[in-house]
Design a protein around this ligand. Structure first.
Ligand SMILES: Cc1cc2nc3c(=O)[nH]c(=O)nc-3n(C[C@H](O)[C@H](O)[C@H](O)COP(=O)(O)OP(=O)(O)OC[C@H]3O[C@@H](n4cnc5c(N)ncnc54)[C@H](O)[C@@H]3O)c2cc1C
Length: 385
């Protein structure tokens, strides 16, 4: 289906990005999955293409493009079908650096955002802790003031890019009265922390999917961070997070949409080419109806995601729509990946098969950036309050 949101310029950009990702990026993707990390040269090359700063301010080297330019890029990144790559790049270019662009002063933007846009420094976002994921009010990592520094203590986990990152955007408690195991949403601040500082230690995690994302547990052991590395206002971290998480969910939805789109193409190709019982699999009603249902859902998802992006671009903060888009597209991508694997029979179940990787990768997106239940809570509450 056509979309009223894309101009001819967007379509030209899509053709350019698809060619770049296919020719320059895809050939290395299997190796990076095996190595569980992306090479520095890739970050540089994405930076040179301007793909790491599409939304970011020109003053920091970004393109300051409209949101639909990013939608095009993220759809194409999703269509490549490598969950680790898309997680690493989207965390860097949108989820972590968003806070620097939205609330960081000029000094932080020059020191961290600009090199991230160029692909010279890699960013990670460290929110989740072993004891607090969906419920960020349970965060316990804390920062105590000591002269012109803060001393950070705590452990973050499931940090995408955690092994490669040069800096982390970290959510910590800064208000002494808010410290303690269940201190709620008050007294949180966001810091940008250099990964090379003494006391910062990353340990790799062997995740089921998203293998190239270099996921890690990161320990901050009395890390001395200059006070100027607070992003925005002290103790206002929850406010920034609530805004940033809308973008994070929208980005997750767009990536899942791209992945679902590619999976549907894979399914159609497979059922048309696979011969059994004297003809193509596609002539049997069961796969045909399954494809019809999935294609219909995909078009519904596309309209929902694009409408949500349009609302976001208008300056609304469409929290309900972002949750709906994230919930629906990430769960649809799982159904699509399941159908793709199932229709390929044993071929899809082989460890190296694209279908097997998609099955692993799509699963993560219904958990990361808030699990489906949290999305349903947000939607349900907004409809009943
Ligand atoms: C591949 C991957 C990459 C990630 N990357 C990052 C990253 O870069 N940075 C970062 O900070 N975090 C990252 N995360 C962490 C992610 O955001 C958390 O996993 C997520 O917020 C859920 O938290 P949790 O894993 O602690 O699960 P919990 O919060 O313990 O939830 C466990 C389960 O409980 C159920 N549940 C939760 N809330 C509710 C509810 N309200 N109602 C009913 N049931 C509920 C759900 O089934 C949920 O899956 C990543 C996660 C994954 C899987």
């Amino acid at each position: 289906m056509r979309s009223p949101y894309f101009t001819e310029e967007h379509q030209r950009f899509r053709a350019h990005v698809r060619a770049f990702l296919t020719e320059e990026v895809a050939p290395g993707a299997d190796t990076w999955e095996r190595e569980r990390g992306l090479p520095r040269a890739l970050w540089k090359s994405l930076g040179e293409q301007g793909l790491l700063g599409l939304l970011h301010p020109r003053a920091a080297g970004g393109g300051e493009h409209d949101l639909f330019t990013s939608v095009v890029f993220l759809e194409e990144l999703g269509r490549m079908g490598y969950g680790g790559l898309r997680a690493a790049v989207s965390v860097h270019a949108y989820m972590a650096t968003h806070y620097l662009a939205a609330a960081g002063g000029r000094a932080l933007q020059d020191a961290y955002l600009a090199p991230a846009v160029r692909g010279e420094r890699v960013a990670a976002l460290a929110l989740t802790e072993p004891g607090a994921g969906s419920d960020l009010s349970g965060l316990t990592t804390c920062a105590e003031r000591d002269g012109d520094h803060f001393v950070l203590r705590g452990t973050k986990t499931m940090v995408s890019n955690g092994m490669a990152a040069d800096f982390h955007v970290v959510a910590v408690r800064t208000a002494p009265e808010a410290s303690g195991a269940r201190a709620g949403t008050t007294g949180l601040s966001l810091f940008v922390v250099d990964a090379a500082l003494p006391g910062v230690g990353a340990t790799p995690l062997e995740t089921l999917g998203w293998r190239a994302a270099g996921t890690a547990t990161v320990v901050y052991d009395d890390v001395r961070v200059p006070a100027g590395r607070i992003i925005g206002r002290r103790d206002s971290g929850f406010y920034y997070l609530m805004r940033g998480l809308q973008l994070e969910r929208l980005v997750a939805a767009v990536l899942a949409l791209g992945e679902a789109d590619r999976l549907l193409a894979d399914i159609r190709r497979w059922v048309s080419g696979r011969e059994l019982f004297g003809g193509a699999l596609a002539r049997l009603q069961a796969p045909l109806h399954r494809i019809a249902d999935l294609a219909t859902e995909l078009e519904a998802a596309r309209q929902l995601v694009h409408h949500t992006a349009w609302c976001y671009q208008r300056g609304e903060l469409p929290a309900t729509e972002c949750s709906m888009a994230k919930l629906y597209t990430t769960e649809l991508a799982c159904r699509m990946a399941d159908a793709n694997l199932h229709l390929q029979g044993a071929h899809g179940y082989l460890d190296g098969a694209d279908a097997a990787r998609a099955h692993r990768d799509t699963r993560a997106a219904t958990i990361a950036a808030g699990p489906s239940e949290v999305m349903r809570d947000i939607i349900g509450r907004s409809l009943t309050r």
